[in-house]
Unconditional design. Structure first.
Length: 371
C-alpha cells in the first residue's frame, strides 16, 4: 500500500484579511517623507502622497483622502495613515464592516514618532503593523487594546496562529476581558483534540482544568475549551476548534447538493461534533467532482481529498459493502476514506442517508494544529 497523501495543512495565519498591499498615505510634505520610509522598509507597502509632493517612486493622488481610501479599501491588507487621527477616522468611518474582515489601520504623526492602531488591532494585525512601523521609524507603538496594555495574550490571535476556529464570537471578549481585568482563565483540552502540550506557551496566563472539574462546579473565571465536540454542559465561555475531524463521504451520482449538505450537517450534530473542527472531506476519486461533495467541502471550509478505489479497498473497515464494491470498486467509501485521510481512528462509523453516506475520523494534530 502506498503512503496516503498528507492532509492539507491547517490554515496558516494570513498577513491580513484582504491581500498583499499596505498603503502608507500622507497629506503633508513631512508626512510624505515618512510614507516613503515606510514603503522602503515594509514589504508590500506603497507610498501615496499628494501629487504636488510626489517624487519618482511615489503614488501621487489628488482630491480627498477619503476617496482614495475608499478606492483602495477592498484590496488592502492595511493602511498606515500619516495624518491627524480625526481625518483618518472620518476617512474610514463609512467603510467599516466587521472586525473579522476590516483591514488593519494605523495612524502616525507626520514625523513617525508614534504609531497608533485604530482598527483591527488583533485579527487584522494592526498592532503588529504598528510595532513594525515604529521599529522602522525609531518611534513608539501606542497600543490601546486591553490585553496588550496588560501584557496578556489575545485568545483569538493565539487560536488563529494555529489555524483554529472559535465560537461563540462573544466568548473572545469574555476571555480577553478576564485577562485584562486580572481574572482567572482556565483551559480544558479534550483528549479527542489530540493537542498534547497545546497550552505550554500560556501556562503563566491560565490554569489547566479537567472536564470533571469544569462540570462539577464551573470554573470561577473564564473557561476556554479546546475540543471538536459540542459540549454545552461544560459551561465554557469560548470553544476553540482544532481542525482534527475528517469526513468520509459517499453519495449517489447526481445527488441533490443541498440534501447532502443538510443531511451531513444533521449527522454531525447528532454525533455531537462541531463542523468548525472539520479539516478535510475525503471520498473516492469517482465522486470528487460530484456537485454535492464539492459543495459540502466548500460549505464546511475544508479541503477535498480524493482516493483511488484500489487504495480504499485495502483499508479495513467495520461495515464493508459488496454493493458498493460492485459500484465503485471498493467495499467502503465513507469509512475507508475517513480513515485513510486522517491516519487516525474512526469516531462515527458509517451513517446512511437517502442519497449519501458519512463516516467521521479524528486526525491527530500537533500543538500548532498544522501537522
Amino acid at each position: 500500500m502506498t503512503r496516503p497523501p498528507d492532509l492539507p495543512e491547517s490554515p496558516s495565519v494570513p498577513e491580513g484579511p484582504h491581500g498583499d498591499p499596505i498603503h502608507a498615505i500622507a497629506l503633508t510634505r513631512a508626512g510624505a517623507a515618512t510614507a516613503r520610509r515606510l514603503a522602503e522598509g515594509l514589504p508590500g507597502c506603497r507610498a501615496w502622497v499628494p501629487q504636488r509632493y510626489a517624487v519618482p517612486g511615489d503614488h501621487g493622488f489628488q482630491g480627498r483622502v477619503a476617496d482614495l481610501v475608499a478606492r483602495l479599501w477592498a484590496g488592502a491588507r492595511g493602511f498606515l495613515l500619516v495624518m491627524a487621527a480625526g481625518i483618518a477616522v472620518r476617512s474610514i468611518a463609512n467603510l467599516l464592516e466587521d472586525k473579522t474582515r476590516d483591514p488593519a489601520v494605523v495612524v502616525l504623526d507626520p514625523d513617525g514618532r508614534f504609531a497608533v492602531p485604530i482598527l483591527s488591532g488583533h485579527l487584522g494585525g494592526a498592532n503588529d503593523l504598528a510595532r513594525r512601523a515604529a521599529r522602522l521609524l525609531g518611534g513608539t507603538p501606542v497600543l490601546t487594546t486591553a490585553t496588550d496594555a496588560a501584557g496578556k495574550p489575545a485568545v483569538e490571535v493565539w487560536a488563529r496562529a494555529r489555524g483554529w476556529a472559535w465560537e461563540p464570537r462573544e466568548g473572545v471578549a469574555r476571555v480577553n476581558g478576564a485577562w485584562a481585568d486580572g481574572e482567572p482563565v482556565g483551559m480544558y483540552v479534550d483528549p479527542l483534540a489530540g493537542c498534547t502540550g497545546v497550552a505550554d506557551d500560556l501556562r503563566e496566563h491560565l490554569a489547566l482544568v479537567t472536564g470533571d472539574e469544569a462540570r462539577a462546579s464551573g470554573f470561577r473565571g473564564a473557561l476556554v475549551a479546546v475540543t471538536p465536540r459540542v459540549l454545552p454542559d461544560l459551561g465554557a465561555a469560548l470553544f476553540l476548534r482544532p481542525p482534527c475531524l475528517v469526513l468520509g463521504v459517499g453519495c449517489r451520482r447526481g445527488a441533490d447538493p443541498p440534501a447532502v449538505e443538510q443531511g451531513v450537517r444533521r449527522a454531525l450534530a447528532a454525533a455531537g461534533l462541531s463542523e468548525r473542527a472539520v479539516r478535510a472531506v475525503a471520498t473516492v476519486d469517482a465522486k470528487a467532482a460530484e456537485p454535492a461533495v464539492v459543495r459540502l467541502a466548500r460549505s464546511v471550509g475544508a479541503a477535498l481529498v480524493p482516493f483511488p478505489p484500489q487504495e480504499l479497498s485495502r483499508v479495513e473497515v467495520p461495515t464493508p459493502s459488496d454493493r458498493v464494491a460492485r459500484a465503485v470498486g471498493t467495499p467502503s467509501v465513507a469509512e475507508a476514506a475517513a480513515l485513510l485521510a486522517s491516519r487516525g481512528r474512526l469516531l462515527v462509523p458509517k451513517v446512511k442517508g437517502d442519497v449519501w453516506t458519512l463516516a467521521v475520523a479524528a486526525a491527530p494534530t500537533s500543538s500548532a494544529g498544522s501537522e
